[in-house]
Structures are given as C-alpha cells and as structure tokens.
Design a protein around this ligand. Sequence first.
Ligand code: AMP
Ligand code: MG
Length: 423
Amino acid sequence: MPISVEEAQRLVLEHAAALPAEDVPVAEIDGRIAAAPLQARWDLPQRDVSIMDGYAVRSLDVATLRACSSALVLTVRGESAAGHPSDAPLGEGHAARISTGAVLPAGSDAVIAQEDTRREGDRLVIDGDSLGTLEPGTFVRPAGSELREGDVVARVGRRFGPGDIALLAGSGHATVPVHRRPTVAILSTGDELVPVGQRPDPGQVVSSNGLVLAAMVRRAGAIPIDLGQVDDEPERLRAALARGLEHDVLVTSGGISVGDHDLVHAALMALGARVVFRGVALRPGKPTTFAVTDGARAFGLPGNPASSLVAFVLFVHPLLRRLLGVRGDPRSATMRVRLHAPARGAGNRAHYVRARLIDTQPLDGGTEGPLAQPLSVQQSGDPCSIAGADLLLALPPGAGTLPAGSQVDALVLDPSSAEQPEP
Ligand code: AMP
Ligand code: MG
C-alpha cells in the first residue's frame, strides 16, 4: 500500500533545509529570501526635511506677527534645495526658499506651502486665512521619523518584493544576504517523445512536461536546468540521471511506474540513490518516487501531464520553498471552496480534481465564498484539463462522491500566488 500524501510530504521535507547564504546586489533581491536580519545604517530621513515646495520659517515668528500686526510679512533669505542644504541659520523674521525633500535650515521648524504665499521681491506675504495656525513641524518630515539607525529593516525569511529594494537601498544596503537558489535539473524520459516544434508521428507525443516543470520551478523562485529528453535505454538514462544528480534537485518525468520500459527507479538505485518512497496514495500521480543522494534530492514523476503537475505542486514545490529559505509551512496554501457540481473521490487514494474557480463573490441566498467547477475531463493524460484548471480540489481518501454544494479544500494552482503569511 502506497503511503499517504501527508506522509510523503513529511518525508520530502526531512530532506530540505535552507541553502547557504550568498550576497546579491540589492537591485536583484526581488523574490529572494533574507538569510540574515538587516538593520538601518542611518536615520531616515537623516535631518528634518520639507514635504512641500515653499518657505522654511520659524513658527514662532509667524505667531508673533499674527499677534501684533495685520500683515504677515517675512523677508526671504537664502534657499535650501534638494541636495543643496543651506548652511546659513535662519534669522528672526526671515523665511528661506525650500523645495520638497530639502533639509530645513537651522532655526526653522515649519514650512509654509508656496500656495499660501505671495512674493514681492524679498518680501514674502503670507495668506493668513488659508494658512491657519502654523504649528511647529508643519510640512516637516522629522529626522528619524521613518527609521532610526539600528531599526530592523528585514527579518530572516522575509521574501523580498520591489518595495524592499527601496527600503534596503535607502537604509544603506548595497548588497543583501539571501539564500542561494536551488538548481533543479529536469529530465524527460520516454521513447515516444519528440522535441517541441516537431510534428509527432502516430504513437509519438511532443515532450511538454519539461517545459511545464521548468516554468513551475521558475515560479517557485528556483533555477531550472533543462536536461532535455532521453529514451528508455538503461545506459543513456543512467548517464542523464547522473548529470541531474549533480544539481540540488533532479525532477524526471515518465518511466517511473511498473511497466517494462519504466526504468527510472532502477537507474536511480544503480546510481546509489536511496529511495525514500515509491508510490503515494494519490490520483493522479500514484507512482511518484522520491530518492536522495548525499548532495541531491530526486523526484521521479509520472509522465502524464496532469500527474507530473499534481506531483510537482504537492511534493517538489514545498521542497523548493524550504531550500529557498521560506519560513513556516512550505506547502501550497489551500482555500475552502464549494462545489458547483458533484466531484468523485478516488477510492482509498486522495483525489486531486482539476477545477475552475468560477466565482469569488458572495452568492445568492447569503452563502459566501468561492465556487469550484470540477472539469469534466480528469484523464491524467489530458493537457486541456491542466490548461483550464485554477484549482486542485483535494478529495481525501474514501471521500466517495461529494454532491454539489459540498465544502472542500483546494490547492491554488499558481503556487507562487498562494504565499503563506509572513512569519
Ligand atoms: P509514462 O509515465 O512514462 O508511462 O508516460 C505516460 C504517458 O505520459 C506517455 O504515454 C505520454 O503520453 C505522456 N508523457 C510522458 N512523458 C511526457 C512528456 N515529457 N511530455 C508530455 N507527455 C508525456
Ligand atoms: Mg514512459
């Protein structure tokens, strides 16, 4: 009896720890995972800066003028422009021209927006009505208000996005330690395969699995290494597998069930790999095999397109996320969906039913939630069913037939969009 999906996932993750760190330029951290905590190297902003184009003033001067004069008039002295701070302290009764992002001159504590003023030569006439009371700090971004030197700007396990580039570059990090990305060798096996671009003769199929798997690997954030295809011939197969085992991960498709031409398992054993499991109580994807060597983890996935996709999502993807340094549960997130039509279990195996997500809006009758339409074709060889699927409905072993309206868990088929929450 093959092992359960959960047990197989547990065994796979026993062979997955985050790969060592490497330093990469901050411009290249999008999608990478922090391998060390990072702290701001200086205050942000470093000095009080203006958030408006206008005039830096002493708020007390304006208050005093308001109390004893009908006109609010200051004398313009000096300028502080972005990148060109003024050295001169601001004297009593003076205003300095200032631009957005520029440092406030010493002595000033507020900014009056240009719209609230009028210039008459050196005289700055302030429109008291639109200005209102000028509080200290008006239109000023104070020094250290965003970050203090030493504040944490990235925790270990953080998956960086474009915004982190701004944060880390701005706080002093030209390079960033991230976990090395695994290389994933991909090998397609089978006498019947022809390369993409070639018209298959009867009995042949275009080898598409490798391309699909490479796309999935890339989405996971790892580096696919295309080993192409190899026929069902023991010597050549073994040589190709040996090259694959030089990488962090090897993923093969085809040749892993029990037919006379299914040679991958024997070839992996001949290469000294230790088989961790062979077969999982799952449909599609039952023959899925996992083996390890000292340096590599190898997945033998079945050749049918849907089988290899399901097995990738369930087993390879979590392993890659762990190697990449993702914290928490690396398995793809599930969502709760309601069946729009009945779905049938697969006896004592877990059935991963390809389905389309047809609604994420609240439904009539007050029941909320996403609705899943199981695709009519569930043949594991059918490429239409994988192209049309958004979800894999996870029907547990012994589920029988679930009627329309049943609630089931579903895996989102774009695993990169189904991130686990940050730790
Ligand atoms: P196997 O797991 O080797 O028995 O292959 C099962 C079926 O999957 C084959 O008969 C092919 O139709 C299909 N198949 C195998 N390898 C590929 C591939 N690389 N691309 C597309 N289909 C494949
Ligand atoms: Mg085959």
